[in-house]
Write a protein that binds this ligand. Structure first.
Ligand SMILES: *Cc1c(COP(=O)(O)O)cnc(C)c1O
Length: 356
């Protein structure tokens, strides 16, 4: 006999991480191209000398630093082993078997997986013109809806919802339904009309904002993210569902070092460089004839429909790894100017074969 596992696992979509290929540049996982700041590396090394001890389970210092940065109470903050873990914990905290998790599609690939793992049902509302269709999402809220993800900017399309439409949506959602604003790419947002989710917490106590150190802060390998909610019942639930000691002491120290004013200033300069490159890459792709929805993140979306897989493979032959979602489009991370040029050269060669 083979071991008996939950039926849900048999139909689970696999999370496909961006591939690393020797000799090729990786533009497939929305990482930053920059190495960690020297002072952060030094703090990581210092923390490494003490890993015979368990970490602070409550991440007290990091929680306090985040609370101070955002002007909220420490009890409104919860840290996690990457914000993906926090997404999972929200589902564990809010969703019982056969209750519903509502999100746009296509959006972050982790949502369907974590929903199925916790026994919930996914309700997916197609994007409209590459953007969340919040009106249609509101129409899909039912008595069984327990958790809604709004990924803003959206992964993988880079598009963002604006303040007026998001506020209108939130006003229509019953106040006992948890809404997670997944703002993993918040630091790259330049449109002032794209709301900072934290500004919505006072009016909407059912909202939780998710952020991460993995993208703009360049600590993807350390796994640390955080949640901020107006209602501390939500962050308490996150603490209850956390795997003990989920955030390592090394990750806590690196995140703390990254929040020091000097470090933040340097990281913001890097974010500015990525944003400038994003605009350059978008403009060049459009000039080549590609359709590229405006991005507010550190990646761009190239909708290529049925040609996506072939285009992704052709990029790979040119030593550029992009993230191809078969039948839909390719997500390409914005990197250093050099790497972006290599991608643009490949895209230029392939432009003749794109669908019109
Ligand atoms: C990258 C990403 C995250 C963050 O993941 P971590 O677990 O913090 O590394 C969360 N949400 C979205 C939409 C992402 O793209």
């Amino acid at each position: 006999m083979t071991v008996r596992l939950r039926a849900a696992l048999a139909t689970l979509p696999a999370y496909l991480p961006g591939r690393t290929v020797a000799g090729a540049i990786k533009l497939a996982s929305n990482e930053t191209p920059y190495p960690p700041l020297p002072h952060v590396v030094a703090r990581i090394a210092a923390a490494a000398a003490e890993v015979n001890r368990y970490p602070d389970n409550a991440a007290t210092a990091l929680t306090a630093a985040l609370a101070a940065k955002y002007g909220v109470a420490a009890e409104q903050v919860a840290v996690g082993c990457g914000s993906v873990s926090l997404c999972t914990q929200l589902a564990q905290a809010a969703v019982d078997a056969d209750e519903e998790v509502l999100y746009a599609w296509r959006s972050f690939e982790a949502y369907p997986i974590l929903t199925a793992v916790c026994g919930g049902s996914s309700v997916r509302v197609p994007l409209r013109g590459y953007v969340h269709d919040l009106e249609e999402m509101a129409a899909h809220v039912t008595g069984k809806t327990r958790l809604i993800f709004v990924c803003n900017p959206n992964n993988p399309t880079g598009t963002a919802v604006r303040r007026a439409e998001l506020v209108a949506f939130l006003r229509g959602v019953p106040s006992d339904v948890l809404v997670a604003l997944d703002e993993a790419y918040r630091e790259f947002v330049t449109d002032p009309d794209v709301p900072d989710g934290l500004s919505l917490l006072d009016e909407f106590p059912n909202v939780v904002v998710l952020r991460t150190f993995s993208k703009a802060y360049g600590l993807a390998g350390l796994r640390v993210g955080y949640a901020i909610a107006g209602d501390a019942a939500i962050t308490t639930a996150l603490r209850q569902t956390q795997v003990p000691f989920a955030v390592t002491s090394v990750a806590q120290q690196a995140a703390l070092a990254s929040l020091e004013p000097q470090a933040e200033a340097q990281l913001l300069v890097r974010v500015g460089e990525i944003v400038a490159e994003r605009e350059r890459v978008c403009a060049q792709l459009v000039a080549m004839g590609y359709v590229v929805p405006p991005s507010q993140a550190n990646f761009v979306w190239v909708p290529l429909g049925e040609k996506t897989s072939a285009w992704g493979a052709a990029c790979e032959q040119r030593k550029v790894i992009v993230r191809a979602f078969a039948g839909a489009g390719a997500r390409v991370t914005i990197s250093s100017a050099d790497e972006n040029d290599r991608f643009l050269a490949a895209a230029g060669e392939l432009a003749a074969s794109i669908p019109s």
